[in-house]
Design a protein around this ligand. Structure first.
Ligand code: SF4
Ligand code: SF4
Length: 379
């Protein structure tokens, strides 16, 4: 395992972090979780991340806490901004009690995804007072935030200069947040990437075309190398194993902290050339087309189309597409078939794309039978 300084927190984090979002009974019981965590520790991981919003995950972690080398670990947990100081104070203490720890090494405000949530965080007499009180009392050591929000919200949150780290989406297949990663680096913030294996393209289950393009590396390993080898200011990548065997495909990246190699650059060049398959139908993910009166998340819909057409990543596209209309501010927007062909977006697209046609095509490709409201993992 390799380690990086987690920005201005001064913590030294392993370059891989065990995410607790899948420590969920009955799929994962206490015994399985203990085995998974032990395997991670044996491999050198020193950072475990969970959240109040991950169901019983904190509690399960607490059940095995007495078996862990607590002083050697970084424990991150996340709590969404609350309406009141009192509520946040109660939630912080409940997290401490559930995890059976006396302090949270790294506390993240969970899901600063919208301007409204950012404003809730900013209220001077609100939840931040509880976090400051906990910090003053030694119950919290460092404070960051996690986000699934649009780049503008992320930049505004970073630019408050009130956070020591950021936990966000950034992958080869989704580079929209690059300016946020760069700005965080300028401010010496810790940069923690949300689940590159899953949100970065379900790379643990890659299509044959993608396997071929990244050969001889597994797409999982390539993506991790792209993040860590090309971005010294990215410090740690989360992944959420449920079973011991799930570590296996990641292992070649665990001990590799070298700068990007020429042979890896060749893979990157192959991937970059592959986008040409999209021809004049390539959405460049510039986001200029928004807003849409039907609140269709046009860029994200067409990003999923790009990946399905150019890289055969249809299963990933279906997995994400069915979250539209079901995941609130974690993955906002209506499905593409809600387009009324009003034409508002067309003059704003620099690529002159026929957006309605591409939206309906995406819906045909990616909508599934089991459309409907469903529970999803809040990362
Ligand atoms: S044409 Fe469709 S996607 Fe474009 S703004 Fe109108 S409803 Fe939205
Ligand atoms: S403006 Fe065009 S290229 Fe840009 S995100 Fe929207 S559809 Fe894609």
């Amino acid at each position: 395992m390799r380690f990086r300084r987690f920005g201005k927190t001064g913590l030294t984090t392993s370059t891989f972090t065990m995410g607790g979002m899948r420590f969920l009974p009955p799929r994962v019981n206490e015994e399985q979780m203990a085995a998974v965590v032990q395997r991670g520790l044996d491999l050198g991981i020193n950072h475990i991340e969970t959240a109040r919003g991950y169901g019983p995950s904190e509690e399960l972690l607490g059940k095995i806490m007495h078996t862990l080398p607590r002083e050697e670990l970084i424990i991150t947990t996340k709590i969404a901004p609350t309406d009141t100081e009192e509520e946040m104070w109660r939630f912080i203490n409940e997290s401490l009690e559930r995890m059976k720890v006396s302090c949270i090494d790294n506390f993240d405000y969970h899901g600063i995804n919208t301007w409204e949530i950012l404003e809730k965080y900013k209220r001077p007499d609100g939840c931040r007072r509880a976090v400051e009180r906990a910090r003053n009392q030694g119950l919290i050591r460092h404070v960051g935030f996690s986000t699934h929000g649009p780049l503008e919200v992320i930049m505004a949150t970073i630019n408050t200069e009130e956070f020591e780290s950021v936990n966000l989406h950034y992958y080869y297949f989704n580079q929209r947040n690059r300016p946020a990663v760069d700005r965080a680096a300028e401010l010496d913030m810790g940069v923690f990437i949300i689940s590159p294996a899953d949100k970065g393209g379900q790379l643990f289950n890659p299509p044959a075309r993608l396997m071929e393009l990244t050969r001889p590396l597994h797409p999982l390993v390539f993506n991790a190398r792209w993040l860590l080898g090309l971005h010294p200011h990215v410090h740690t990548l989360s992944f959420g194993p449920s079973f011991v065997e799930e570590f296996e495909p990641h292992l070649p990246a665990f001990d590799d902290d070298a700068p990007f190699r020429p042979e890896e650059q060749e893979i990157l060049n192959r991937l970059d050339r592959q986008w040409a398959i999209l021809g004049a139908e390539k959405c460049t993910f510039c986001w200029d087309c928004l807003p849409c009166p039907e609140t269709i998340n046009i860029p994200e819909v067409l990003r999923l189309r790009n990946l399905a057409v150019a890289f055969d990543m249809t299963d990933f596209g279906k997995y994400r597409y069915k979250m539209f209309e079901a995941a609130g501010h974690w993955f906002p927007g209506n499905k593409a078939d809600k387009c009324t062909k009003c034409g508002d977006c067309l003059p704003r697209c620099p690529e002159k794309l026929d957006i309605p046609k591409l939206l309906f095509d995406t819906h045909d490709r990616l909508s599934t039978e089991e459309v409907g409201k469903r529970l999803f993992d809040k990362e």
